[in-house]
Write a protein that binds this ligand. Structure first.
Ligand SMILES: [Zn+2]
Length: 255
């Protein structure tokens, strides 16, 4: 291995092997395909297509039992899917992303593939709404040390609970008496896979749209209301008004 990569790559290879054996293997495959392109482009294209479509066979060991499965996801997709999962195991894997062992990465693929299967089994997409993108945006901000996280969309505030497994929805126009006086009225919650039935249809529509593409929804809110979706402050800088979001806030949410 060392001679193949050359001595200058030895250190880098050692690190990648421990961090992620699967992605190191991917890079070897990429190099092989690049070589094949030079001599037989048609064969290289077929190989690329097969690799992209067939998925990877992987195994995880659960309570001594070896489970073999095929993942159609890239490592990045598998890890991203963890963000929206409730289990503490999935959450701990997500927090360790970037330094997962090959075994942990296989578990990420397993959990993500299982969740993908469950989703496609559901006939009606409206019956199993997905909010991964919203949860991932809050997780990104939390990872950067941000506190008091709230995103504002048309008429509602969206705020994650402490555990990060639910989003509390409050009203921007209605208030209720709370422990410390008047506070925004609580309307219901969103979990990674569902919305509180108490939420009105108009609010559900706003949340579904925001979950499809949180950044676009945040920008629209900024342009319509004149305030930043992330911090609620009035947009005063001409560039921020133009963009519909404050630059510091956008960075904080990983946008
Ligand atoms: Zn802001």
């Amino acid at each position: 291995m060392g001679s193949y990569w050359g001595t200058s790559h030895t250190t880098a290879m050692t690190i990648t092997t421990t961090a992620s054996a699967a992605s190191a293997a991917d890079r070897v495959i990429d190099r092989a395909i690049a070589g094949l392109h030079a001599t037989n482009p048609a064969a290289a294209a077929r190989l690329e297509h097969d690799l992209a479509c067939e998925g990877r066979e992987m195994t995880v060991t659960r309570k001594g039992e070896v489970l073999t499965f095929v993942s159609n996801l890239s490592d990045a997709e598998a890890v991203a899917a963890l963000a929206g999962m409730r289990s503490s195991f999935a959450q701990s894997l997500y927090r360790s992303r970037g330094r997962l062992s090959a075994k942990q990465l296989a578990w990420a693929h397993y959990l993500a593939s299982e969740s993908q299967t469950r989703q496609s089994a559901s006939q009606d997409p409206a019956a199993a709404p997905q909010f991964e993108a919203l949860f991932a945006a809050f997780q990104a901000a939390r990872d950067k040390g941000a506190k008091r996280l709230t995103l504002r969309f048309a008429g509602v505030n969206v705020k994650p609970n402490r555990a990060g497994d639910a989003l509390w929805i409050t009203s921007q126009s209605e208030t209720e008496e709370g422990r410390y006086g008047l506070q925004p009225k609580y309307l219901g919650k969103v979990t990674p896979n569902g919305m509180d039935p108490r939420l009105g249809d108009d609010i559900k529509a706003v949340l579904m749209e925001a979950s499809q593409d949180p950044l676009t929804a945040a920008i629209r809110y900024g342009k319509e209301s004149g305030e930043c979706s992330c911090c609620g402050r009035e947009l005063t800088d001409p560039r921020s008004i133009e963009r519909g979001i404050g630059p510091v806030c956008a960075t904080k949410f990983g946008w």
